[in-house]
Design a protein around this ligand. Structure first.
Ligand code: ADP
Ligand code: NG1
Length: 469
């Protein structure tokens, strides 16, 4: 049942607690909630993780991406209170300790992000958006997440989106999905990572059975019907990489911004007004292949130094440090602008080709899509340098095990690969990847099941109301 559906406003779905396997999980979560807080939860928020099929590290450059939601998610059992505090608990209490914070004193630790900081991002974003400040209600929340953390499947965004969702509902409000997605993309940056909006967009706008082309400015999600006879399999390299605790992610964002500004300057545009490669391509009215050619013409392959960048942009090094460098990038000395911009423009083109092939229902679509995924991985590995040895090894094993295409998914530097496999060969594929990757590394063998699984496009965020309400 879908409640609160104002005319033409796609608000988050509401359902009564389902009578399925999910119901068992909610029952256990309820028991945990009652044990911890001595009362029943009033409702549950749920936000899924995602797998990105193609379009890596281009959302923050303004380009479309092509993810789908996965079944793994974050669920929060919640109850509003009249107190001025949020009491936070986690089912995995050995990993994530209890935490409480006053509603008007959110304190996000950017230097050493802790789990509660992601929750606070979502809470603060919603409180600011609704202008609740000190009038927000208090809450009791019990969190249960099944997205493997720091593995490129967006566990952090699932937590941020779910936190914003329960804060909204506890305060008796309802917002359209696209507003929620935009708001959560902005507030997740409170953790210090300058991500795009892909994860939050798909977490709210996903629909069961379809991947989505996500476009930005304005945010739009279009169904992408994948060819029959193929399945997507996720395999985790089990190398964890937390983007908020490291500098790689923000360094790439910075390199893309500097490449944007140098291209703009060299083409006599008001370079300081340009932040994203997508905007400079649009301003110059170039196709994506022409943008790749422009990079080859105007940028060099050797890394740029700070002083060279300052010379090109006619800027003092002091201004560069104060105005260009960002959180976690103050130490960076050299910048691979040619490589990063080449990846972004070519990857943006691959996303459009992928969507086009799916739309055409071409019989050779699986082979063509697989080839695009492989090109994407090569570009991520060689031009964007966001892979790692274990992940490259896993991708190769996936290809040798029968995948038509395989690539890293999410931020990279570890985490998961996504492989496209003929549906009738999935079982054979799983066995081979298990034997050739997981069984060879004893510490990883036990993880098969949670680390190697086929997945289907899942549904987006929702609120469950207990059956009696
Ligand atoms: P991802 O690529 O999965 O988004 P990040 O490294 O950006 O990974 O964020 C992972 C962090 O999100 C974890 O270190 C933890 O702080 C938080 N997180 C993820 N899942 C949970 C969970 N189930 N409970 C509490 N915190 C979680
Ligand atoms: P994950 O996989 O969640 O670390 C990050 C960014 C995305 C996108 C991808 C790379 C956040 C919250 N997420 O995803 O926006 O840039 O990397 O494609 O910053």
């Amino acid at each position: 049942m879908t409640l609160n559906m104002a005319e033409n406003v796609p608000v988050v779905d509401f359902q009564h607690v389902p009578q399925t396997a999910a119901a068992d999980r909610l029952k256990k979560l309820t028991e945990n909630f009652e044990k911890r807080f001595g009362c029943k939860p009033e409702f549950f928020g749920r936000a899924p993780g995602r797998v990105n099929l193609i379009g890596e590290h281009i959302d923050y450059c303004g380009y479309s991406v092509l993810p789908m939601a996965i079944e793994q998610d974050v669920v929060i059992a919640a109850a509003a209170t009249k107190s001025q505090e949020v009491l936070l608990s986690n089912v995995k209490s050995d990993l994530y300790s209890d935490f409480e914070f006053p509603i008007n004193n959110v304190d996000i630790n950017k230097d050493h992000p802790r789990w509660q900081d992601y929750f606070q991002c979502g809470f603060l974003g919603m409180v600011e958006h609704l202008q609740l400040q000190s009038t927000a209600c208090g809450m009791r929340c019990m969190v249960d997440g099944s997205v493997p953390p720091s593995s490129g499947l967006s566990s952090s965004s699932a937590l941020v989106c779910c936190s914003a969702l329960v804060t909204m509902h506890a305060n008796g409000q309802s917002l359209p999905k696209d507003k929620l997605a935009d708001m959560c993309a902005r507030c997740e940056r409170y953790i210090g990572t300058q991500g795009g909006g892909m994860d939050q967009a798909i977490s709210f706008m996903a629909q069961k059975g379809t991947a989505k082309l996500i476009e930005f400015n304005p945010l739009k999600a279009t169904d992408v019907y994948l060819p029959d006879g193929i399945s997507f399999v996720i395999s985790n390299s089990c190398v964890e990489m937390n983007k908020a605790a490291t500098s790689e992610f923000n360094t790439r964002v910075l390199e893309c911004r500097i490449a944007t500004q140098i291209l703009a300057k060299k083409k006599d545009l008001q370079w300081a007004n340009f932040q994203r490669l997508g905007d400079v391509q649009k301003a110059l009215n170039l196709s994506l292949p022409q943008a790749v050619e422009l990079v080859q013409k105007l940028l060099h392959k050797e890394p740029y130094t700070r002083s060279e960048i300052c010379q090109i942009l006619e800027m003092k090094e002091e201004d560069f440090v104060n105005n260009v460098l960002s959180a976690r990038t103050t130490h960076v000395q050299s910048f691979k602008l040619f490589q990063r911009a080449t990846h972004v423009f070519s990857e943006a083109g691959r996303v459009l080709s992928f969507k086009h092939i799916c739309d055409e229902a071409d019989p050779s679509a699986p082979q063509k899509l697989g080839a695009l995924m492989n090109e994407s991985h090569t570009s991520c590995r060689d031009m964007y340098e966001c892979s790692c040895t274990d992940l490259d090894n896993l991708v190769n094993i996936c290809l040798e095990s029968g995948a038509l295409g395989s690539r890293l998914t999410g931020a990279g530097w570890g985490g998961c690969a996504v492989s496209m496999v003929p549906t009738n060969e999935v079982m054979k594929f799983l066995v081979k990847v298990k034997e050739n990757f997981y069984d060879k590394i004893p510490s990883k063998a036990a993880l098969v099941g949670t680390s190697l699984f086929a997945t289907q496009p899942g549904s987006g965020a929702m609120i469950y109301l207990p059956s009696s309400s």
